[in-house]
Design a protein around this ligand. Structure first.
Ligand code: NMX
Ligand code: MLT
Length: 494
């Protein structure tokens, strides 16, 4: 048998397909109505190209994507021709020495971050996505599959189109048997993110992009095998993640996929969590962590490595190694460790605000960061924090850990602000996610970043196929030495 679990129960129902075709004109009309209402209420019009706004009635994601390519290629060419010599900003030495902060140097179409407002995915805010993307349950959380359609095509999907992505991912989800061998060969104590990244790399032998390149395909077709790899990888990631989870914390007692479930619910299921609320949380979690424009470490790394025409497995694994850093995605693990230590040290799950303040101050006094606070671009509370807070207010308002997180929101910004150097004292996405997970029983914080990583694939791989379709070049910024700086601007006494 190929694969770890039998997937023979899964079949696409051909009757469903023909029903969908019949429904398409009606669904298209509804979608067009939704889109036109929306473009007057958001700045969608300015962020989507005219090509991407054209309605697609395609019942196939790859076809819908392919239809868009020629016009987007032409658009980029025209932008380069007309505006190529325009300036995007002035570069200072501080910027070069300060982690390239404030330097605009990347094209990233799937999302855009505003310092005050937060993230927009193809022009839509998180509350807009919660309202407009198809859902598994009425009034519930968005299906990440609908987000994939949006990120790849630039258009909100119909219910039917989101379902098509669910089916496409199911059909690609089988994980080769050797993956389990690789996983179980890793020494006990290997961090879940290292396991996750290793499994992604192990799958690289499946790369259709690498094979196509080796066989000498024309560069105008790179997007095709890149799409195949990206969708194969997105489809398999829930199972890889769940295997890492069960390998690390549950004695290798793996749980087979339930191929009747959607992509995110199946992840919760394979981890061992089968309640409606756990499914809903996973759908929300996987939606909101997916993309945060191009400059964050995981996105930029995936993009950089991909620019060398390394295939999606190689480039995404590299991105995951960046996500595993404590100033980036590992912060969700660090937040939960920090909260657990807080409860242990103060000796109660209902600490006063004074006790919280003292704990935050003690953290800073030790020369450590307060995890979950601050951001490289955002200058307000992260809307991803806010929507998780709303979820908590609805489903776990009395949870002691949620109450601690709420009280910290009232204490930490003031303490951090007093340091005088932090540019954003407000909470980011990681300040909240662990509290929701622990409430539903997922208490193993060492695994949290893997969940972030599964979601991040949706954004960075969607952008990746566009990068290949647009023929974006290999990245190669210029670096500089201290000697050059001193020669150029003068030696400074120390
Ligand atoms: N606690 C303590 N000090 C902080 C914090 C914080 N949460 N955030 C920033 N600072 C310090 C920072 O270390 C720097 O100090 P120094 O000059 O001594 O090096 C100073 O404030 C100025 O930093 P900023 O320019 O405000 O922030 P920067 O853009 O350099 O870094 C982060 C952004 C996110 C790396 C930083 O805010 C941080 O370390 N936060 C805590 C870790 C975290 O939550 N990371 C998750 C980010 C979101 N994600 O998912 O990736
Ligand atoms: C992210 O989601 O990637 C983080 O918020 C970090 C960032 O945007 O710099």
């Amino acid at each position: 048998m190929y694969g770890i679990f039998s997937t023979s129960t899964f079949r696409t129902n051909p009757a469903d397909d023909s029903k969908l075709k019949d429904m398409m004109p009606l669904l298209s009309q509804t979608f067009f109505h939704r889109l036109s209402t929306l473009s007057s209420t958001s700045h969608l019009a300015s962020t989507l190209s005219s090509n991407l706004k054209q309605l697609s009635t395609s019942s196939d994601l790859k076809k819908a994507f392919a239809e868009k390519i020629p016009a987007e290629q032409a658009r980029l060419k025209a932008i380069k021709k007309a505006h190529g010599a325009q300036k995007l900003g002035d570069l200072t030495v501080d910027m070069a020495l300060g982690g390239m902060r404030g330097i605009t140097g990347l094209l990233w179409d799937t999302s855009l971050l505003d310092a005050e407002e937060g993230i927009r995915f193809r022009g839509y805010t998180i509350p807009e996505l919660q309202e407009k993307l198809p859902k598994a349950r009425a009034g519930g959380q968005p299906l990440p599959e609908g987000l994939v359609w949006l990120l790849v095509t630039g258009q909100l999907p119909t219910e039917a189109q989101a379902k098509i992505v669910t089916e496409e991912l199911r059909s690609r989800s089988e994980v080769p048997a050797y993956v389990k061998t690789v996983l179980e060969a890793l020494p006990a104590g290997t961090h879940p993110m290292t396991q996750f990244s290793t499994l992604i790399l192990a799958l690289q032998k499946e790369s259709k992009f690498a094979k196509a390149y080796e066989s000498g395909v024309h560069k105008s077709t790179y997007w095709d095998s890149n799409y195949e790899d990206s969708m194969d990888l997105i489809a398999k990631l829930p199972q890889l993640a769940a295997m890492v989870y069960r390998n690390t914390y549950y004695n290798r007692k793996y749980i087979s996929p339930d191929l009747n479930l959607d992509w995110a619910a199946n992840l919760a299921h394979m981890m061992g969590y089968d309640t409606m609320e756990a499914y809903e949380l996973m759908r929300l979690y996987q939606t909101i962590h997916s993309d945060h424009e191009g400059g964050n470490v995981s996105a930029h790394t995936t993009h950089l490595v991909g620019s060398a025409l390394s295939d999606p497995y190689l480039s995404f694994a590299a991105g995951m190694n960046g996500l595993a850093g404590p100033l980036h995605g590992l912060a969700n693990q660090e937040v939960m460790r920090w909260l657990n230590t807080l409860v242990k040290e103060v000796g109660t799950t209902t600490p006063t605000k004074e006790a919280l303040r003292a704990y935050v101050e003690a953290t800073l006094a030790k020369g450590q960061v307060v995890p979950g606070y601050g951001h490289g671009v955002l200058r307000k509370t992260d809307p991803r924090y806010t929507c998780q807070r709303e979820f908590a207010q609805k489903f776990l308002p009395e949870d002691p850990m949620f109450k601690i997180v709420s009280n910290l929101y009232e204490v930490v910004p003031e303490v951090l602000g007093k340091m005088g150097k932090i540019k954003n004292p407000w909470p980011n996405v990681d300040a909240h996610s662990g509290v929701l997970l622990q409430y539903y029983g997922i208490k193993e914080e060492g695994f949290y970043t893997v969940l972030f990583g599964v979601s991040r694939a949706l954004g960075v791989l969607s952008q990746g196929i566009w990068s290949r379709a647009l023929g974006l070049p290999i990245e190669r910024p210029k670096s500089i030495t201290c000697d050059v700086l001193e020669t150029k601007f003068g030696k400074v006494g120390v």
